[in-house]
Design a protein around this ligand. Structure first.
Ligand SMILES: Nc1ncnc2c1ncn2[C@@H]1O[C@H](COP(=O)(O)OP(=O)(O)OP(=O)(O)O)[C@@H](O)[C@H]1O
Ligand SMILES: O=C(O)C1=C[C@@H](O)[C@@H](O)[C@H](O)C1
Ligand SMILES: [Mg+2]
Length: 218
């Protein structure tokens, strides 16, 4: 019977059960351990570029969720989507996030643009990380991604700009669930990095106070 229940349980339910067996209280909702700062946003938002700069500045490790998925499965994101579809990719993304959360270390996490489409995964990001939406204008997303020579998830579309606008519009209510927003529109990379660092200042001060971390000079 336990085996049946375990098979059907979600990762969150398993964590709760482990907690209970370890002597925790089921009725007192436990806050998920704080894992750091996560960046969300559409392709070309600057999650990788600005995330790496931020991590360097504050001395935390920088992790790309898509790279974790690729390493764990021995396939590129494109190959995973070609073989298993978006749904398969989302399952692997969920598994990769679980492994990251289990590391129990502070990090700056650059997520994939579509992570907001999977409620369980996105909820876990929101409850474990101070989550920041990196925002830009649709034209900027397009120009930045084009400059990188890659059009996922807008590939093979003649009206790519219309599709990009639609994706952004449909995801806006989801990206808006982030705790903070950093608007990079019209900014250089360096100016956007300054804005991002400003946005995380209260988090770092709070962390330093709560956990006795060395305070980070910014
Ligand atoms: N204000 C800005 N903020 C961030 N990036 C900018 C800005 N202006 C120009 N860029 C350029 O836009 C690109 C952003 O790409 P980056 O790969 O960091 O985005 P991403 O959000 O990680 O996208 P993906 O979802 O594809 O991984 C970089 O080439 C960067 O140099
Ligand atoms: O925005 C998206 O839908 C995607 C972004 C990429 O990072 C990948 O997660 C995948 O190609 C889907
Ligand atoms: Mg990236």
């Amino acid at each position: 019977m336990f085996r049946d229940l375990l098979r059907k349980a979600t990762p969150a339910q398993i964590a709760q059960a482990k907690d209970l067996l370890a002597g925790g209280s089921a009725s007192a909702p436990r806050r998920a351990p704080f894992c750091g700062i996560a960046l969300i946003g559409l392709r070309g938002a600057g999650k990788s570029t600005l995330g790496r700069m931020l991590a360097k500045k504050i001395g935390w490790s920088f992790v790309e969720l898509n790279k974790e998925v690729e390493q764990q499965n021995g396939l590129s994101v494109a190959e995973i989507i070609a073989l298993y579809g978006q749904e398969g990719f989302r399952r692997m993304e969920q598994a990769a996030l679980q492994q990251l959360l289990a590391r129990n270390e502070l990090m700056v996490l650059a997520t994939g643009g579509g992570i907001v489409s999977e409620p369980l995964t996105f909820d876990q990001v929101l409850s474990s990380f101070y989550t920041i939406w990196l925002k830009a204008e649709p034209e900027e997303h397009m120009a930045r991604v084009r400059r990188q020579g890659d059009l996922r998830p807008m590939a093979d579309d003649r009206s790519a700009m219309t599709e990009l606008r639609n994706i952004l519009l449909s995801r806006e209510p989801l990206y808006s669930r982030a705790t903070a927003v950093v608007d990079t529109a019209g900014l250089s990379v360096d100016a956007a990095a300054v804005r991002l660092i400003d946005a995380v200042r209260p988090v770092l001060q709070n962390e330093a106070r709560s956990f006795g971390l060395r305070s980070v000079a910014l």
